[in-house]
Design a binder for this molecule. Structure first.
Ligand SMILES: *Cc1c(COP(=O)(O)O)cnc(C)c1O
Length: 402
């Protein structure tokens, strides 16, 4: 009997197809922006994490070109060997100034920042408490660390307290991990309560500011600033690839923490330093978000405008109002239209695309319930938002979801 060790892969793909969980890539053929050319068609783009519209900004492009001409395309080694440039340090200091922390460290991606930081901070004798809706990088960082992981219900600080009361004493160190703005729902973590629990139960706290940096807080420092918790004992991480329009990740915190990570974080030590182009573009972006708060103001203006347009939706019933409330807390540029199943979500996504709007269906296993995820940018025009609301409601009414 000949057994092919790889035939299970095809079977597994078929199962993925049957559940409508199959995914494939779509090609963007233009600069990033509020409208993009996707597979040959121009669409209004509600699928981007480039919240401030910086990824296609000329000053970032120029900074990347200048850095490439000066330092080349690759850094040729890990930061501890030949991969470190002065640009990296400038970026780290700029992030630390933005976050008002003693120091910061730049990783090659946000995903690697979470994997490497969590694995460096806790191990087999330790305990991690994790929000159920956390990003994959936090969850996998927790797994890689080998610590015991307890998940609490989304934003349920009461359950978190109970878990700490029951289990904290059995472990040496303990770490709470959470998104600050939840990436697929757009709501915020309860940071003040989390800080209180961390202090009461002697836990470390990592807050993932991927979707908050550049967006929340007076200076764009993120959720920590928004809640007035600047300077509190916690570990902030984030990415350079969302509002900052580049690539890479960072951790900001005390000088001791950062020094420790440089010595103990495998995903920083054993990977090639971030490219000069990405580093220079991110540095330019950090300067812009501090110099030009009007970008943030414009984004918030759009968030509020969308909320208003949804509320003014003609023919709405009280039911529709509850329905819209369930989509978003309007505390971030992310909101999601909850749909009954993956098939409906795919359907709605395809109809949106056919009518000129790109807002993708997000399905399990990325999230537990299917939805359309919509993200706003500072550079969306009023007519973009109007078209979104008009098209969305015509589809939802036809699909009998609202
Ligand atoms: C995108 C994201 C990351 C990963 O950042 P990358 O730089 O894209 O690897 C981490 N955490 C959250 C919450 C994210 O949304």
């Amino acid at each position: 009997m000949s057994i092919n060790a790889y035939t299970w892969i095809e079977r597994s793909l078929k199962t993925i197809h049957r559940a409508d969980w199959y995914r494939s890539v779509q090609t963007v053929e233009s600069l990033p922006g509020p409208t993009i050319t996707l597979d040959g068609r121009e669409l209004i783009n509600f699928a981007s994490n480039d919240y401030l519209g910086l990824a296609g900004e000329q000053r970032l492009i120029n900074a990347a070109i200048a850095a490439t001409e000066k330092f080349g395309t690759g850094t040729t080694g890990s930061r501890l060997l030949t991969g470190h440039r002065h640009l990296h340090r400038e970026l780290e200091l700029a992030i630390a100034r933005l976050k008002q922390t003693e120091d910061a460290i730049v990783f090659s991606s946000g995903y690697l920042a979470n994997l490497g930081t969590i694995a460096a901070l806790v191990g087999r004798r330790d305990l991690i408490l994790s929000d159920r809706y956390n990003h994959s990088s936090l969850k996998n960082g927790a797994k890689v660390s080998g610590a015991t992981i307890l998940e609490y219900y989304h934003n349920d600080t009461e359950e978190l307290r109970q878990l700490l009361q029951q289990h904290r004493h059995q472990y040496r160190k303990s770490l709470i991990i959470t998104d600050s703005v939840f990436s697929m729902d757009g709501d915020l973590c309860s940071l003040p309560e989390l800080l209180e629990l961390a202090a009461e139960f002697n836990c470390m706290l990592i807050i993932d500011e991927a979707h908050a940096t550049g967006i929340l807080g007076k200076t764009g420092a993120g959720c920590v600033e928004y809640f007035g918790c600047t300077g509190q004992p916690l570990i902030q991480m984030g990415t350079l690839s969302k509002a900052l329009g580049s690539l890479g990740g960072y951790v900001a915190g005390s000088a001791t923490l950062i020094d420790y990570l440089r010595n103990r974080s495998p995903s920083w030590i054993y990977t090639t330093g971030l490219s000069p182009a990405d580093t220079a573009a991110a540095l330019e972006a950090v300067k812009i978000i501090q110099k030009e708060p009007q970008r943030r103001t414009q984004l918030w203006h759009n968030i509020n405008r969308l909320k208003q347009l949804l509320q003014e939706q003609p023919g709405k019933t009280t039911n529709t109002e509850d329905f819209i409330e369930s989509w978003s807390s309007f505390h971030s540029p992310i909101f999601c239209v909850h749909l009954p199943n993956a098939t409906t979500a795919l359907n709605v996504g395809q109809q949106l695309k056919a009518q000129g709007i790109f807002a993708p269906a997000i399905r399990p296993p990325t999230v537990s319930t299917s939805r359309i995820r919509i993200s706003l940018m500072a550079t969306h025009q009023l007519e973009h938002l109007q078209k979104l609301v008009e098209v969305l409601f015509s589809i939802l009414t036809k699909e009998e979801v609202c």
